[in-house]
Design a protein around this ligand. Structure first.
Ligand SMILES: *Cc1c(COP(=O)(O)O)cnc(C)c1O
Length: 475
């Protein structure tokens, strides 16, 4: 229901109109007839002009002063069209049904913005979810769990999959299964989401933060080599923003020093290095299916591996450490890190569309690169590095410096376009500082970076608008 303070009967006086405008705080009233059909709009500016130009009093009826021409929208119009109608001049827009009956209004402050990411749920998601629900297998056993684990592992060119409640616990589970704990060191990149380092800290091991490569933005193999000590047990390469790490060099280093490799693939479902899918190149690969990732289960995660022993260990640890042979007998302190059958049902439907989703994202990547290439201050993440097949997670650009990045984010925001700052290097956060080994490139890149909207419904028009907004200062 629309607030009565916004509505004014067309037989009211100018004084009534001014009082309503004063009280509703919107700077205008919608003029309606007895049946609440919209007849016009009066803004406080209009009312001032009427009083000044017509030499009339406050008691006079507004009816003859209401202009027949005004902006409104139908309740069937898509939100994008409403957005277009809202401008600096028209800050509030009445919404009517086909009979001109007023039903709602739209204003500058709820001008819809283009979000950075939102999931694409256009396949069998609801169907499978209903099916899982109606089967009553809504907890962590059920046909969709088995199917999703099998199919996702297959997609990653791996033998085994262990689904989890989210990507963070997938990392923790992997490290636990490898026996990592107090007294060990684990090497992580300075640029990542904090879950990577948190998972290391959960185990009691000491994380060692190393710098990234300048072109790929992934963990630097040179820095890994320098940071290795006798205590080093594992490396967690993070395939950042969809860019695969140099797994050839990382695996070579790991082999030379007898280290485990846990791939953090939370942002890179389907990316490849030298024809191998991410997740299949280390001892264990960990994925997240959070709502903003390439595919989603709402919350969710998965560990993939070729190693049967690790697989079995992860399953036991995920299920309270309970012996598979002897019910309620616990061999280790375990966890409840399970995914539900409901989440897996969504996952199965998402997986059916993953190629299509990848294709869409690829084409968006190309559109962005094409449209932004002439803006001289913008640099983009390399997408053609040797042997690496990058996928698009969040489209990310670097501005020439921090000030320019802030200018970009501000300009986009003014135009209703959401953006995100680059990950803050772990080395710049108080709680992680003490674990830093090296960090100069990461802090330089992070200051300049921002993520642009990356979803299936970002059209060429929206990218054009973004290019126009960002290119503005140059022209
Ligand atoms: C999202 C993300 C995670 C954590 O995944 P959740 O499912 O949100 O717990 C871990 N690592 C990286 C690099 C991520 O981007």
């Amino acid at each position: 229901m629309i607030d009565e303070l916004l509505l004014l009967n067309r037989n009211s006086s100018i004084g009534d109109a001014l009082r309503k405008v004063d009280r509703n705080g919107k700077g205008c009233v919608f003029v309606v007839d007895e049946e609440k059909h919209l007849c016009g709009i009066l803004t406080d500016g209009d009312l001032r002009r009427i009083l000044l130009q017509n030499d009339c009093g406050l008691k006079e009826c507004i009816k003859e002063y209401v202009s027949a021409e005004f902006e409104y929208a139908y309740d069937t119009e898509p939100i994008e069209d409403l957005n277009k109608k809202i401008t600096d001049r028209i800050r509030i827009l009445p919404i009517v049904d086909k009979n001109m009956y007023i039903v709602d209004y739209f204003e500058m402050s709820n001008k819809i913005y283009v979000p950075v990411a939102h999931p694409q749920l256009h396949g069998n998601e609801l169907k499978y979810l209903m099916d899982a629900f109606l089967s009553t297998w809504i907890s962590s056993k059920g046909a969709y769990i088995d199917r999703f684990e099998k199919e996702f592992a297959e997609y990653c060119q791996c033998e085994y999959g262990v689904t989890t409640a989210n990507g963070t616990v997938a990392l923790h589970l992997a490290l636990m299964a490898l026996g990592i704990g107090a007294g060990d060191e684990v090497i992580v990149p300075d640029i990542t989401f904090a879950a990577t380092i948190n998972a290391v800290l959960y185990t009691g091991a000491v994380p060692v933060i190393v710098d990234i490569e300048k072109d790929s933005w992934c963990i630097s193999p040179d820095e890994i080599e320098k940071a290795i000590t006798e205590k080093t047990k594992a490396i967690i390469p993070v395939h950042i923003y969809g860019q695969p790490c140099d797994m050839e060099r990382i695996n070579k280093i790991a082999k030379e020093h007898g280290l485990y490799v846990v791939e953090d693939c939370a942002e890179a479902h389907g990316a490849e290095f030298d024809g191998h899918k991410v997740g299949s190149m280390g001892d264990i690969g960990c994925f997240s299916f959070f709502g903003n990732k390439v595919i989603t289960t709402g919350e969710g995660g998965c560990c993939v591996t070729h190693n049967r022993e690790l697989y079995e260990r992860m399953r036991i640890l995920r299920d309270h450490g309970m012996s598979p042979e002897r019910k309620y007998y616990h061999e280790r302190v375990g966890y409840n890190y399970r995914m539900t059958n409901l989440q897996a049902a969504i996952g199965c439907a998402q997986l059916e569309q993953i190629e299509e989703i990848q294709e869409m994202r690829n084409s968006l990547d190309n559109i962005y690169r094409q449209k932004l290439k002439n803006i001289s201050f913008i640099e983009m993440q390399e997408n053609n590095l040797e042997k690496r097949k990058k996928i698009l997670w969040l489209f990310t650009i670097l501005a020439e410096d921090e000030k320019k990045k802030e200018w970009c984010m501000g300009k986009l925001k003014e135009n209703g376009i959401d953006s995100r700052p680059f990950f803050i290097p772990l080395s710049e956060m108080e709680i992680y500082k003490k674990y830093v080994f090296s960090s100069s490139i990461s802090s330089m890149i992070s200051k300049r970076g921002l993520n642009l909207p990356t979803s299936y419904d970002i059209t060429e028009d929206i990218v054009d608008r973004i290019a126009q907004i960002l290119g503005e200062r140059e022209n």
